[in-house]
Design a protein around this ligand. Structure first.
Ligand SMILES: NC(=O)c1ccc[n+]([C@@H]2O[C@H](COP(=O)([O-])OP(=O)(O)OC[C@H]3O[C@@H](n4cnc5c(N)ncnc54)[C@H](OP(=O)(O)O)[C@@H]3O)[C@@H](O)[C@H]2O)c1
Length: 162
C-alpha cells in the first residue's frame, strides 16, 4: 500500500483564528479560489463539524469525513474513524489534504508533510483556532502577497518541513 503525501490547508488571521460560530470569520472569495486550486483532484479530509458547515461534498475531490460516530453522509463521502483508516482509503491518491477544523488539524498536524497557509493580516473575532505548533519546523517554499478589496493584506504561503 502506498502512502499519500499528507498536507494541511487553512486560512488564519494574525492570532491563528480560523473559525466563528461553525463557519469562517471572513468572506474572502480569493481564498476560496486558492483553496479550490490547491485541492482539486486530490483526496480531502475534514472533520464532521466542518463537513456540516459546508453541507455537501466538494466537487472534483475525493471527500473523506472524520467522525467518532456514524453521521449520515452522501454516497460520495467516505466516513473515516481513524488515521490508519484514512491512509488506507486514500492510498491510491498522491496527496491527502487535511482541511480542518481545529480538532482535525490538531490530530493530523504531527503527520503533516506540507502546509498551505493563507495568512490574513487582520484581527477578526471568533472561537476556533489553529492548534499551537512550532512554526520554526517549517520552511517557506512559496509566497504570494495580495490585498483584499476590503483593504487588509493577505498572503498565500506553502511550507515544507525543514
Ligand atoms: N479557516 C480555515 O481554514 C478553516 C478550515 C476548516 C474549518 N474551519 C472552521 O473550524 C471550525 C470547526 O472546527 P472544530 O474543531 O469545531 O470541528 P472539526 O475539526 O471540523 O470537526 C470536529 C469533529 O471531528 C470528529 N473528530 C475529531 N477528532 C476525532 C478523532 N480523533 N477521531 C474521529 N473523529 C474525530 C468529531 O466528529 P463527531 O462529533 O461526529 O464524532 C468531532 O466532533 C468551524 O468554525 C470551521 O468554519 C476553518
Amino acid at each position: 500500500m502506498s502512502k499519500p503525501l499528507i498536507s494541511l490547508i487553512w486560512a488564519e488571521d494574525r492570532n491563528g483564528l480560523i473559525g466563528q460560530n461553525g463557519g469562517l470569520p471572513w468572506h474572502l472569495p480569493e481564498d476560496m479560489a486558492w483553496f479550490r486550486q490547491q485541492t482539486m483532484g486530490k483526496a480531502v479530509l475534514m472533520g464532521r463539524k466542518t463537513f456540516d458547515s459546508i453541507g455537501k461534498p466538494l466537487p472534483g475531490r475525493f471527500n473523506m469525513v472524520q467522525s467518532r460516530g456514524k453521521p449520515e453522509l452522501p454516497d460520495d463521502c467516505h466516513l473515516i474513524h481513524c488515521i490508519d483508516e484514512a491512509l488506507a482509503v486514500a492510498s491510491d491518491h498522491e496527496e491527502l489534504v487535511i482541511m480542518g477544523g481545529s480538532e482535525i488539524y490538531r490530530l493530523w498536524l504531527p503527520l503533516a508533510e506540507r502546509l498551505y497557509v493563507t495568512h490574513l493580516e487582520h484581527n477578526f473575532t471568533g472561537d476556533a483556532y489553529f492548534p499551537a505548533t512550532d512554526r520554526s519546523r517549517w520552511k517557506l517554499l512559496s509566497r504570494q502577497d495580495h490585498q483584499a478589496a476590503t483593504g487588509y493584506c493577505y498572503r498565500f504561503c506553502i511550507y515544507n518541513p525543514r
